[in-house]
Design a protein around this ligand. Structure first.
Ligand code: ADP
Length: 459
């Protein structure tokens, strides 16, 4: 079996025992690397002023070599905050209005990708299988090919892929598409993303869809494409939630809800997550169903992210003000309708809270997959499962057919779905949950990893 080389912007290096466990993706990639032996290379998360990093930080753990590199401050600003997070992220989430193009940032993005390729090159063997992850590193294969590497190289995009009208408004769309054409397999989260990619090629007259959309031909290369829905370690997460629900932390949380129904939302603070629309939906629900006032608590757990990007700073203020306004208008001396927690919570508490909540409210405006939706389902009590209210614009909606699907822009629709979820019969809740759980047990994170690698390695 060939060695596996994983390249991603950030690398999960195993922690000392006692630290929080790694997320499902890291566990699955580490298992695949351990089985085949291999390398996981990426940015250390540190910047080294303006002096280029001297050499890679190499750490060996069992069969896996972790290779980390620092970047300069300029690299981080241009490649990471600049092009990846201020251009590709909004474009891929259909937010043309938020993309801020700058030549300097675009150049920085391609420069850092070249730098990664040069750092990786001395570590590579001719038959290594290379798996590149996410929007930060699209041009990496092109850089490696230019250096003469003929290895099998696969790419998986963790975020959505937009339709042609959005993508082709981005000034460097051609380099990005050329970059993707240098892979042997380009994987997306859902068939919709795959369709957007193939449809864009055809519509712009730069390529063709072959074999019913399983292959593409463009810029002189033919390569595979596929949809691989990322998932969680379903069985392990379900067991973890059972254990967590008995912890003193979760017991305290349960007591603090005081017999009210709990509704939970868990998202990084990001404009793609639809948090302001969701709060509007909850407010509308309370207004339309006054009998529920003082009977429900909506807990929104939202750690800050990307505070260097102005939209995120602004959003932080908007959400805090909005939650405050609703609490001021509808709360009473003994009831706070929205509990807004602006930080990360320990995973055992999170799992226990999911299990406690009657409704999991997951309403992104656009999301590649959304693992919170899958975690919420996995954490439920089979004898008394909660209801998932899920945006039709999350990749997970393509799979989780037992959810109550909503259009997050339709505030009243969300309000009605909350009301419907809270009054749903036990029979219906069980039926819906069982369907979703069965699917998630079959299509877990290991299946995702195996399916991608199988398609990448097979002819
Ligand atoms: P994204 O990758 O865009 O942030 P996902 O829903 O796919 O969205 O994944 C988010 C992951 O981060 C999930 O595994 C979730 O449990 C975790 N997470 C999100 N918010 C918190 C929080 N407040 N505390 C702890 N973990 C969180």
């Amino acid at each position: 079996m060939s060695r596996l080389v994983v390249v991603s912007n950030r690398v999960t290096v195993p922690q000392k025992s006692g630290d929080a466990p790694a997320g499902g993706l890291a566990v699955a990639l580490q298992a695949a690397l351990e089985e085949r032996g291999g390398i996981w290379m990426g940015w250390s998360g540190n910047s080294s002023g303006e002096r280029g990093p001297e050499k890679l930080d190499i750490r060996e753990h069992g069969n896996i070599t972790y290779a980390l590199t620092d970047l300069t401050d300029t690299d981080v600003e241009e490649y990471y905050h600049g092009f990846a997070n201020r251009v590709l992220w909004p474009i891929c989430h259909y937010r043309l209005d938020l993309a801020e193009y700058g030549r300097k940032e675009m150049a920085g993005y391609f420069r850092v990708n070249r730098f990664f390729a040069h750092k990786l090159a001395p570590l590579l063997k001719p038959d290594d299988i290379i798996w590149v992850h996410d929007y930060h590193l699209i041009p990496l294969a092109a850089e490696l090919r230019q250096m003469g590497f003929k290895n099998k190289i696969g790419f998986f995009l963790h975020i959505p892929w937009p339709p042609a009208d959005v993508l082709f408004a981005m000034p460097v769309h051609e380099q990005i598409m050329r970059g993707l054409s240098q892979y042997d397999l380009v994987g997306f989260q859902t068939d919709f993303d795959l369709d957007n990619f193939g449809g864009g090629l055809v519509r712009e007259g730069i390529g063709e869809r072959l074999e019913g959309g399983k292959k593409f031909s463009t810029y002189g290369r033919t390569f595979k494409g596929g949809a691989y829905s990322i998932s969680i370690e379903t069985k392990a997460f379900a067991e973890f939630a059972v254990k967590a629900s008995k912890s003193s932390m979760v017991r305290k949380a349960r007591q603090s809800v005081e017999g009210r129904d709990l509704i939970i939302g868990v998202d990084r603070l990001d404009y793609s997550k639809g948090i302001t629309q969701r709060i509007d939906g909850f407010e509308q629900f309370l207004k339309l169903n006054p009998a529920y006032q003082n009977k429900v608590t909506y807990l929104q757990v939202t750690p800050k992210s990307r505070s260097e990007v102005p939209e995120y700073e602004q959003m932080q203020r908007t959400v805090a003000e909005q939650a405050g306004r609703v609490n001021g208008a509808l709360g009473t001396v003994d009831w706070v309708p929205i509990r807004y927690v602006n930080r990360s919570v320990p995973r055992p508490l999170l799992a226990g809270l999911y299990r406690l909540a009657k409704i999991g409210l997951v309403t992104p405006l656009r999301d590649g997959m959304n693992l919170v939706a899958k975690e919420y389902v996995a954490a439920q009590d089979p004898e008394d499962p909660g209801v998932l209210v899920l945006s039709r614009f999350a990749g997970a909606a393509r799979e989780l057919s037992g959810a109550l699907l909503v259009n997050p822009y339709d505030i009243e629709g969300t309000a009605h779905a909350i009301a419907r979820g809270l009054t749903m019969s036990l029979d219906e809740r069980k039926q819906r949950w069982e369907k979703m759980m069965e699917h998630l047990l079959k299509y877990d994170i290991n299946r995702w990893c195996d399916d991608f690698l199988k398609d990448l390695t097979e002819e």
